[in-house]
Ligand binder design. Structure first.
Ligand code: SAM
Length: 333
């Protein structure tokens, strides 16, 4: 959904009637989105994060020019640590920074992470049962979760994070099998799930949702999004926009609820750009089956004084005199 993301960035520039100055990419990956944004907006400087050291190694060569020209400042950290990233940025460029014109996150794992068996995300290729986006961190691995949680805790994890409707038999089988042999490999777990649950839908491996739940738990992904969203919006400049691309209904629910809360609160500082999430076109879904469950949401921050006049959706229903008062108050803010 790169096209839609770039469209949002362009709309900010059109509204501000100037080139974009500062942007933020919380999930740099191999920098596909970042590259497109930097190319389209030649005056733009990009602050970025990624948890994965492999993303940083790749960027050192593929973005050497942008890094040396200070057009790209890449941090090895969780995007939830945005306040620390902002401290570093302010220390470098001074307090004149008024906020990002554009911010984006593209949640989940990258294709290189999925495709590399050693990272432990794949249920098709054998690898260590790891799933940490940052293998240098001290976080518990997927193997730690599978070998150490009780049967009830496994059921909860697969049901609440993986959205598996009936994970009971798999949880019981894990607890049974691990008495004789620890779970260490991805295929060991995938084959158990295949044996116990069986295939229900062609092309949809029975381990898909179980692995998804484990991955979310290992990386604390939902909590990171919850922490990040209000911080991100607080760091948007006037008329700046934040786009969030998610691939999981739980992620999208958090985004939807956080945006709504921020929009509807008394001190609303911005609004959803569209009521509904945008999904990939049929063509994109065909070309890239991984995009099937993608949802894009965008939040736009108000300019100072804009809040009341745009924010009061019922102003047109008020008596004329009251309407004028409302408008006046809007102007003052
Ligand atoms: C879907 S990929 C992003 C791909 C990127 N947009 C591109 O064009 O190459 C997600 C990336 O975000 C990273 N990531 C996921 N959650 C993160 C978090 N909470 N903080 C920082 N990086 C994160 C992953 O390591 C992965 O490299």
């Amino acid at each position: 959904m790169l096209h839609e993301i770039l469209e949002q960035a362009q709309e900010v520039s059109d509204e501000l009637q100037r080139p974009l100055h500062w942007a933020f990419d919380g999930t740099f990956g191999r920098g596909g989105h970042a590259r497109a944004l930097l190319e389209k907006h030649p005056q733009l400087k990009l602050v970025a994060c990624d948890l994965d050291p492999a993303a940083h190694r790749a960027a050192e060569s593929s973005f050497a020019k942008e890094i040396s020209e200070h057009r790209l400042m890449l941090h090895h950290t969780n995007f939830a640590n945005l306040p620390k990233v902002m401290e570093a940025l302010r220390a470098e460029i001074g307090e004149s920074f008024i906020g990002f014109d554009f911010m984006m996150v593209d949640l989940g794992v990258s294709s290189p992470q999925l495709d590399e068996a050693e990272r432990g995300f794949s249920f098709y290729q054998d690898g260590p049962l790891d799933m940490r986006m940052d293998p240098l961190s001290k976080r518990r691995t997927a193997a730690d979760f599978v070998n150490e949680l009780s049967e009830e805790e496994l059921v909860e994890l697969f049901r609440d994070l993986g959205e598996v409707q009936r994970p009971y038999k798999v949880a019981r089988a894990i607890v049974h099998d691990r008495k004789t042999r620890r779970f260490e490999r991805t295929l060991q777990l995938a084959q158990l799930i295949e044996r116990v649950d069986g295939w229900h839908k062609k092309g949809h491996h029975p381990a898909t949702l179980y692995f998804m739940g484990l991955r979310l738990a290992v990386n604390g992904e939902l909590k990171a999004i919850e922490d990040f969203l209000p911080e991100a919006i607080a760091n948007l400049g006037p008329k700046g926009r934040l786009t969030v691309l998610s691939f999981h209904s739980l992620e999208d629910r958090i985004v939807k609820q956080s945006f709504r809360k921020l929009e509807e609160s008394e001190e609303a500082c911005g609004e959803n750009v569209r009521r509904k999430a945008t999904s990939p076109s049929d063509l994109e879904q065909k070309q890239n089956p991984r995009s099937r469950s993608a949802k894009l949401r965008c939040f736009r921050r108000f300019a100072p004084g804009e809040r009341k006049s745009r924010g009061n959706k019922y102003a047109h229903l008020a008596p004329p005199k009251f309407r004028e008062d409302q408008d006046d108050r809007g102007e003052e803010e």
